[in-house]
Design a binder for this molecule. Structure first.
Ligand code: MLT
Length: 246
């Protein structure tokens, strides 16, 4: 297995696709997706465009759908939900399809949707992702951070490092054997420096600070937990993620 980390969807090579591509948006899209599927949501369907989301979701039974829209960290007016994973309780999401568009995370999922296997990872479901990789041993794996409007983010890179670090441990393999680019090594270094204080790192992250200004401290606390949800969101058809049954 060769693992590549890309900080943003824009950094990924445009003329190839890996066997397995993993989207990461710790704050907060992939944390929300994992939470919805763990809470019994039927599926999560992602859109980069809000109008397209409305058009497609209109065709879905109203009592079986939820619409979530986020721009700049805030809820889009007219949508039932924003992008807080804490709103996605079983009472709200069970049996429903979440139609969601966010500033960066849903764009990442669309960018990698042609890979043979597409997963969504966050810190909260890191162990489920690593278990799948160890079990299936895909030849090439991309971990793609969402960043913020084309630039690097600390929270997505630390999650990439958390996955890579755990993968080396579980496969009993040295980092040099697995790392396909230098970004893997620096992501692991970031993770091992902060693994005992991930919430502290979120406070340094520019999007963490944006969310704090929007009174979302509880979201930061929730999203900075590691390995608390046993759920693997996997793409079933382009843009549609469901819980993978092992
Ligand atoms: C995004 O997609 O940019 C994020 O998930 C933003 C957010 O925190 O809602």
């Amino acid at each position: 297995m060769k693992l590549f980390v890309y900080h943003t969807p824009e950094e990924t090579p445009s003329h190839e696709v890996p066997e397995c591509a993993i989207a990461v948006d710790v704050l907060r899209a992939t944390s929300t997706i994992a939470t919805v599927l763990a809470a019994g949501g039927e599926a999560v369907q992602v859109f980069s465009d809000l109008d397209k989301l409305m058009e497609v979701s209109e065709q879905w039974q109203p009592n079986k759908r939820l619409r979530a829209g986020e721009r700049g960290g805030g809820k889009v007016p007219g949508f039932e939900l924003g992008n807080s994973p804490l709103d996605c309780t079983p009472e709200i999401v069970e049996g429903k399809r979440l139609f969601i568009s966010t500033t960066n995370g849903t764009r990442t999922l669309q960018r990698i949707q042609d890979a043979k296997t597409v997963l969504a990872a966050a810190l909260i479901n890191r162990a489920s992702v690593v278990r799948y990789l160890v079990d299936k041993q895909p030849e090439t794996v991309w971990i793609v951070g969402s960043g913020w409007e084309g630039s690097y983010s600390l929270e997505d890179t630390v999650c990439a490092g958390a996955i890579a670090h755990s993968l080396c441990q579980e496969m009993n393999a040295p980092m040099e054997k697995i790392a396909g680019n230098d970004e893997v090594v620096s992501a692991i270094a970031l993770y091992t420096s902060w693994e005992d204080n991930l919430l502290g790192l979120m406070h340094h992250a520019s999007h963490g600070q944006r969310l704090l200004r929007l009174n979302c401290l509880e979201d930061l606390k929730y999203c900075s937990q590691t390995d608390v949800l046993d759920v693997l969101p996997m793409q079933q058809e382009p843009g549609v993620l469901k819980r993978h049954a092992e």
